[in-house]
Design a binder for this molecule. Sequence first.
Ligand code: HEM
Length: 444
Amino acid sequence: MTPREPRILTPTTSAVPAPPNDFTGVPAMSLDLVSVEDFSHNQFQYIEDPFSFYALMRERSPAHLSGTIYGGTWLMFRYADCARLMRDERLSNARSAVPLRFLPAEQREEFADMLDIYARWLAFHDGREHTRNRRQANKGYVPFTDEYLEPRIQGLVDQLLDQVDPTGFDLMSQFAFPLPAMVIADVLGVPVEAHAELNRWTDDIAHLFGSTSVSVEHLRRTRESTRQLAAFLASEDNARRSRAEGGLLHQLREAEVRGRRFSERDVVAQAALLLFAGVASIRYLIGNSVRALTAVPATERELLLHPATAGPAVEELLRLCTPVSFVGRVAGEDFEYTASDGTVVPLRKGQPLLLYVASANRDPAVFDRPDELVLDRPLPNRHLTFGTGRHLCFGDPLVRQTTRIALSSLYRRWPELHVPPQENNWNNNLGFHGITSLQVTGDA
Ligand code: HEM
């Protein structure tokens, strides 16, 4: 087969307006006419319900060349292709400058300082350099065991939940947004009170990497946010504080592998990566999970409260409610990849690919009842939420633990937590998919 041309897809079902997707249940075909070339991470239609689109693409065009995204990008929607390509060593993670592709080379210069920080992120390295940096970061992370973190995360969760008015509060601004920033700040050994700024700075960075269209104005704002975040992490005060607390910022400075340490700029860059990666994602995971859990009876939600059943329940929420919609790569060389439907994908060195994790996680070829939240789904739950292979998420234990403690604490306090009908305020960025406000009632 030859690569597919951009084309119009027409769904098989009628054009009855669908209810907003609630993360569970078989997605309704709300798209009466889908122009694949319109697909972007910043268009409300796809943010509101990406799952119908993914289902359509898995079936009709699972390996699809988008002419508009980053000037020509292969989009992959099936589990088999996403999993295989995440492990394919012919693909590279040196993709820090991909979102700036739309700029002429001379204008990119303006953002050189910002790109220098991203290019140092271990996530964007390949091969031996990646292994070395990851080992060094791992060494810094050794003290942060589950046992060490459990009471600290629980303390932060309790602190936030003690402050809300249980007769009605905004789960996102009062809990889901501050919590991850506080948890990661605490791990780094920097002030948890900085959570609002940390959220603001990481929001701008998340918009850059999760969107498919950014403006020069946004790039300038992101450069300023990145500069402020780096200055915060590099400050004398925070260095002293982290050293006194044995925080990760200090551990990254100290970590030595085969006589090599991170340079000061590398320490700041890796710490910025950890903050960005965790803050921009866990908040939406909590929000998406609470929305999905609203549809199941309180007796089922109890699975989250018991150690034996909480593990599988959290894995299922990670599968169905992932905020990270895709993993990016660029071709490291020219080669042809044959996709699971037989499509031959001719890749040119440097060409971007987007592997849609959120689609793979609902692939019926791998998951039974793929669109349903099955809290006791047997392990192993083979979701790709954290990727697979050498770039597997660095923070996955922290995510599992924070999510379990956050949700179990919420439902232990208020087993009948109620979410009244309301408009969904979506984050305008499908890359980090989630809502920015959610009114809930703890006590009736
Ligand atoms: C819901 C929360 C999260 C999700 C869904 C998530 C997802 C992912 C995924 C899919 C990757 C693989 C990217 C690839 O293959 O290129 C990744 C990598 C990474 N994540 Fe996470 N992440 C989350 C939270 C965190 C947290 C809390 C941290 C750190 C505190 C973190 C740090 C990292 C780092 C450093 C990498 C790069 C690893 C490497 O390239 O070796 N993530 N994450």
